[in-house]
Write a new protein. Sequence first.
Length: 142
Amino acid sequence: MKKLISIFLIFLALSACSNNEDNYRGNPNIPDISFRIQLNLNLPEYNNLQYPGNSFATYNYGVKGIVIYNINGTQYSAFELADPNHPLRECSTMTVNGVIASCGCDDNEYNVITGELSSGEGQYTMKPYRIRRSGNILEVWN
């Protein structure tokens, strides 16, 4: 009986764990695409990403664009700029102001550090992308 209870508790603990990936999987609004970009932080265009609290948005990669945010000088976040709670259309491209990404379709706003919905309505978080810093090169990919 103790073994059965232990197995049940382990299963319960594992099923309770969640991350942002679980909240965007199966999202019918954002297709999965493959891309890989490298940003040289020595270039003036990306220089601000060397300092915590700064972000860079590009609309040339991802589905509708990506935003990269320097969290603390060593940790970065990268997210898709298509609103995950709207079908793809012109107004679903988000713009970034500070740590907030806003959708033009309605009042949805997301935190670009965590990808979570900070105001508005929807069931999905922003789609995260992988990011790695090696020296002065930031690499972002899906």
